[in-house]
Design a protein around this ligand. Structure first.
Ligand code: NDP
Length: 251
């Protein structure tokens, strides 16, 4: 038996139309899973599908809208015929000093990054139960571990992701559902390209602190996705695993 084989499994990756989500979706597809990606932008969805091979589907959905988020999960299960894997990856950031945020910006970040993961997981639960087992992977951040002056809502959302992961892991372990978080280091995506423009010196600071001496690429997240979504991780639950080139352990 191939511990990493995902043939016969169906996966939904939110925010799977670009960046880290697409890197993970590609890993899952390569391991044999049928993959659904979801994002707000239909054009980005269509472009990403070309990189996922035959059988992948795309769903247009805004995960901050509760009905749309639940509908997205049900649509993925219906169109793929089952649902075994949910990757809660969709996320945004708004960078400011704490005293400068409007409350609606706080809510937007929390709803995009944290509430959406709770709602999608809740919606996925009956499908995973029906499948007899399941995997949920939530995407945290180095900001799940560290502070920074320009990430008050983002850091709160990513700290919350780790605690949500632990709570769901405890609740659903008996259903043979494993729930884990991945904490990416600094990965080169649309999100961080903007950060590099907005935060002076960020690029150099990341290079200096990362033992691997490079930014990560979305493909660097494919392996952890396959591990956490396959039988290889059936006794791994409630963890938060950095994929960061050593960033978190550099003193
Ligand atoms: P991108 O901006 O490249 O991707 C974000 C994805 O989320 C897009 O596909 C976007 O699609 C989707 N998305 C955003 N908001 C919504 C929404 N309301 N509804 C549905 N989809 C949404 O960023 P990354 O790939 O860098 O980020 C992916 C995740 O990884 C995020 O959770 C981020 O916080 C996290 N992360 C990233 C790090 C990095 O260094 N890049 C480091 C640590 C964590 P669309 O626009 O079509 O809606």
């Amino acid at each position: 038996m191939d511990l990493f084989d995902l043939k016969g499994k169906a996966a939904l990756v939110t925010g799977g139309n670009g960046g880290i989500g697409l890197g993970m979706a590609q890993g899952l597809a390569r391991a044999g899973a049928k993959v659904a990606i979801a994002g707000r932008d239909a054009q980005k969805n269509a472009a990403a599908l070309k990189q996922l091979g035959a059988g992948a589907i795309a769903i247009v959905a805004d995960v901050t809208n509760e009905r749309a988020c639940r509908g997205m999960v049900d649509e993925a299960a219906r169109k793929l015929g089952r649902l075994d894997i949910l990757v809660n990856n969709a996320g945004i950031n708004i960078r400011k000093r704490p005293e400068e945020y409007q409350l609606d910006e706080w809510h937007r970040v929390l709803e995009s990054n944290l509430t959406s993961a709770f709602v999608a997981s809740q919606a996925a639960y009956p499908h995973l139960q029906r499948a007899g087992s399941g995997k949920i992977v939530n995407i945290g951040s180095m900001m799940s571990l560290f502070g920074a002056s320009f990430v008050a809502p983002y850091g709160a959302s990513k700290g919350g992701i780790v605690q949500l992961t632990r709570a769901l892991a405890c609740a659903w372990a008996k259903d043979r559902i494993q729930v884990n978080a991945v904490l990416p280091g600094w990965i080169d995506t649309a999100l961080t390209r903007r950060a590099r423009e907005e935060v002076a010196g960020l690029h150099e600071r990341v290079l200096a602190r990362t033992p691997a001496a490079r930014w990560g690429a979305p493909e660097d997240l494919a392996g952890i996705a396959v591990f956490l979504c396959s039988a290889a991780s059936d006794f791994v639950t409630g963890t938060a695993i950095p994929v960061d080139g050593g960033y978190a352990v550099q003193g």
